[in-house]
Design a protein around this ligand. Structure first.
Ligand SMILES: Cc1ncc(COP(=O)(O)O)c(C=O)c1O
Length: 403
C-alpha cells in the first residue's frame, strides 16, 4: 500500500459523514474488486440517487395518485409542496423560512428573478450587469430580460463588478461558484458593493447549495436561484428554487404571474392579485413527481450539516490535488481551481489539451467526471457520498491515463 492509500483509509475512518454513503445507490467495493469499483465524481452535474427515493416515488404514484387521486392535492400536501420544500432548502442556503419556493427550471427562475429585480430598481437604472463567464443559460436569459425591459446588458467578470457598478446599474446576476473553474466568488463583498451602488444582487447557487455555506439572509442577498439536481441530489431535471428576501416580497412583481401565485388561485378571477410572500414566485401547477422525489432526497440533511459537508469537501479536494500531483508528471495538467479555500467550490477542474480524450478513457476505467469544452476535466466532490479512498483511486487512474 502506498502512503496515499494508507492516508485515505485513515481519513475515511475519521470521517463523520462516511456512514451517509450507504444511503445512496452507488457502486460498492464489495460489488467489484476494490480497484475496479466505479468512482462517481459527477455529482456537480447530476447527484447520485438517494436510496429512499424509489420507494417514495412508488408511494406517490401508486397510493397518492393511483388511490387518492385528486384528493392528494390537499391530503398528500401536493398543493403546498413548493413552499414546504422551499423551507426545507432554506437552512441549507442560510435563509429563514418563508422566502423560497421550489418549481420550474433554474433558467425560468433566473428570468423571474432578474426581471423582478430590474422592476424593483426602477426606471432610472438602465443597465444590467451579468457575469461574462456565467453558465450560458444565465447569459441567454439575461440578454432577453434586458431586451424585454429596455435595459442594456453589460457582461463583466465578477472581479470587474465593483468598478462597473454605477447609479445606472439596476441589477447584477452572478454565479456563486463558476461551473467551469470551480472558483467560489465572494458573495458577501460583491453583494455589499452592489448594494452600495443602489442595485440589486441576484445570485445563481447551482454549484454552491448543498456543498458550502451560502448565508443568503446574513449577507442581505436580494434574490437567488439554484437547481436541486447537483449537490441536493433531487434527480434528473428536479425543480429549481427561487429565493426572494422577505422585505422585498411585497415589491416582487413577477414577469410570470401564473395562477399558482394568485392570492386566491381557486377564485378564478379574471384579474391578477399576487399572493403574499414567497408564493409570488410560483407560476403554474407544480411537477409533483419530481418535487416529491426531491423532498425525499432532502431528508439526508436531517443527519448532515452544511458545515461538516464544507469541511469534508475542502479535505477531499485538497487530498485530490495532492494525489494528482503525486501521480502525474509535472506540467502534464494544470489546475484551474483556486488553491485558496475561500475561493474554492466543491470541484476540481484540471486543464490539459487532450481533455476530451482523457475523460473518455477515465470513464472507460470507471472514473466518472466530465469534460467541458475545450480543455477542462471537471471532478465534482459530493461530500455526502464520496470517500477519500475513491479520491485517491480517481487520481491514480488519472495519472495512469495521462501517462
Ligand atoms: C450555474 C448554472 N446555472 C444554471 C444551470 C442550468 O439551468 P437549468 O436548471 O435551467 O437547466 C446550470 C446547469 O448546470 C448551472 O451550472
Amino acid at each position: 500500500m502506498s502512503e496515499l492509500t494508507v492516508r485515505a483509509e485513515k481519513l475515511d475512518a475519521a470521517d463523520e459523514l462516511a456512514p451517509l454513503r450507504s444511503r445512496f445507490v452507488l457502486d460498492t467495493v464489495s460489488d467489484h474488486a476494490a480497484d475496479a469499483a466505479g468512482v462517481y465524481l459527477d455529482g456537480n452535474s447530476l447527484g447520485a440517487l438517494p436510496a429512499n427515493v424509489p420507494a417514495r416515488i412508488e408511494d406517490v404514484v401508486r397510493r397518492q395518485w393511483g388511490e387518492l387521486r385528486i384528493r392528494s392535492w390537499d391530503e398528500s400536501g401536493w398543493w403546498t409542496a413548493p413552499e414546504r420544500i422551499g423551507d426545507r432548502i432554506a437552512p441549507l442556503v442560510g435563509a429563514a423560512p418563508g422566502q423560497i419556493v421550489v418549481g420550474d427550471s433554474t433558467s425560468v427562475n433566473v428570468f423571474k428573478a432578474l426581471v423582478a429585480a430590474v422592476r424593483m430598481a426602477g426606471p432610472a437604472r438602465d443597465e444590467i450587469l451579468v457575469d461574462a463567464t456565467t453558465f450560458p443559460t444565465d447569459g441567454y436569459i439575461a440578454e432577453s430580460a434586458a431586451r424585454m425591459t429596455g435595459r442594456t446588458l453589460r457582461p463583466v467578470t465578477p472581479s470587474e463588478v465593483p468598478s462597473a457598478l454605477s447609479d445606472r446599474t439596476a441589477a447584477v446576476l452572478l454565479n456563486h461558484v463558476d461551473y467551469r473553474s470551480g472558483r467560489l466568488h465572494d458573495l458577501p463583498s460583491l453583494t455589499a458593493a452592489i448594494h452600495a451602488s443602489g442595485a440589486l444582487a441576484v445570485w445563481d447557487l447551482c454549484h454552491s447549495a448543498g456543498a458550502l455555506p451560502v448565508g443568503l439572509d446574513e449577507h442581505g442577498v436580494d434574490l437567488a436561484v439554484g437547481c436541486t439536481y447537483k449537490y441536493l441530489n433531487g434527480g434528473p431535471g428536479s425543480p429549481a428554487y427561487l429565493y426572494v428576501r422577505r422585505d422585498l416580497q411585497d415589491r416582487f412583481d413577477s414577469p410570470l404571474p401564473g395562477w399558482n401565485s394568485h392570492a386566491e388561485p381557486f377564485g378564478m378571477s379574471q384579474s391578477y392579485a399576487p399572493a403574499p410572500g414567497a408564493l409570488r414566485g410560483r407560476v403554474g401547477t407544480p411537477d409533483i413527481l419530481s418535487m416529491l422525489a426531491l423532498e425525499a432526497a432532502l431528508e439526508i440533511w436531517d443527519d448532515a450539516s452544511v458545515a461538516a459537508v464544507r469541511a469534508k469537501s475542502l479535505a477531499l479536494t485538497d487530498f485530490f490535488l495532492e494525489c494528482v500531483t503525486a501521480y502525474t508528471e509535472p506540467g502534464r495538467i494544470t489546475s484551474v481551481t483556486p488553491d485558496a479555500h475561500e475561493e474554492r467550490g466543491s470541484q476540481i477542474a484540471l486543464r490539459c489539451p487532450d481533455a476530451g480524450d482523457v475523460m473518455k478513457r477515465l470513464i472507460d476505467r470507471g472514473v466518472v467526471g466530465d469534460f467541458r469544452n475545450p480543455d477542462v476535466l471537471r471532478f465534482g466532490f459530493s461530500p455526502l457520498y464520496v470517500s477519500f479512498a475513491e479520491t485517491e483511486r480517481a487520481a491514480r487512474v488519472l495519472g495512469e491515463v495521462l501517462g
